[in-house]
Design a protein. Structure first.
Length: 234
């Protein structure tokens, strides 16, 4: 079942158009990987879904309802989380304080949600009183995911989770992305490491100049000679 759908979306900055009649859909249990060259508009897609940009045209639907143009604080309450590429945790706060920050928009008791996350991600439990700045890059990324999960989103938008990480650490982060998905959260992920990103994904979209150049099952994209030549570095 489709949980998130973009239909003919145009969007941009000032009077510069970036997204050009972009359409894509995410199912409730999927991981989708969005790849494409620098400047293709990948981050702009996530920002438009999360309400940081207002679509100029077209429709963004979450569970069948139009959300295009709603404010991020509304969208986060509706059930969409966003993990930006950088500065996605507060280094001077502890793990636990970061998690509490992630839950500030909740009206109910945070303790059971935090405990649930500690059960799922024991490394965070062990370090709950440590400052986020003391975590490794991979652990920090996991904390950023967990922080977004405090709102128990149905959809998580993740921008380049492996950026700047060593290959082994990136593998850990991709395993964490899968773990988040297996907990019942659909994921729309942007990834510059297209091979590894597609490897853990169900489907992929190749974005070029603000529009979808290719899409399909992740395995099929990895095997597609043109996609490989144009976007996967041979
Ligand atoms: N805040 C902004 N103001 C003006 N133009 C912007 C802004 N952010 C991005 N752009 C422009 O929009 C286009 C798409 O940017 P976007 O960040 O979505 O690309 P991307 O596919 O995520 O690229 P990358 O792989 O480098 O992260 C680029 O030409 C970029 O320069
Ligand atoms: Mg980007």
């Amino acid at each position: 079942m489709t949980v998130l759908e973009l239909d003919g979306v145009d969007a941009g900055y000032g009077d510069v158009q970036v997204l050009d009649s972009l359409s894509m859909a995410l199912d409730t249990d999927e991981i989708i990987c969005l790849i494409g060259p620098n400047g293709a508009g990948k981050s702009t897609v996530l920002k438009t879904v999360f309400g940081l940009l207002e679509p100029w045209a077209g429709s963004v639907r979450f569970r069948g309802e139009e959300i295009g143009g709603l404010a991020p604080e509304t969208i986060v309450r509706e059930g969409i989380g966003y993990v930006p590429q950088t500065e996605n945790v507060f280094g001077s706060l502890t793990i636990e304080e970061n998690l509490r920050m992630g839950g500030v928009a909740r009206d109910d008791d945070l303790e059971s949600v935090i405990d649930g996350l500690y059960d799922r991600f024991p490394v965070l439990d062990e370090k709950r009183r440590a400052k986020a700045a003391t975590l490794s890059g991979g652990q920090r990324q996991l904390l950023a995911f967990a922080r977004a999960l405090m709102m128990e989103p149905e959809v998580l938008l993740i921008d380049e989770p492996s950026a700047g990480l060593a290959p082994n650490t990136a593998d850990d982060v991709f395993a964490d992305v899968r773990a988040v998905n297996e907990g019942g959260t659909a994921i729309l992920m942007v990834e510059q490491n297209a091979h590894k990103g597609l490897d853990i994904s169900d489907r992929g979209y190749v974005l070029d100049q603000g529009t979808v150049a290719y899409d399909g099952d992740a395995d099929a994209l990895l095997d597609n000679p043109e996609v490989s030549r144009l976007y996967l570095g041979g």
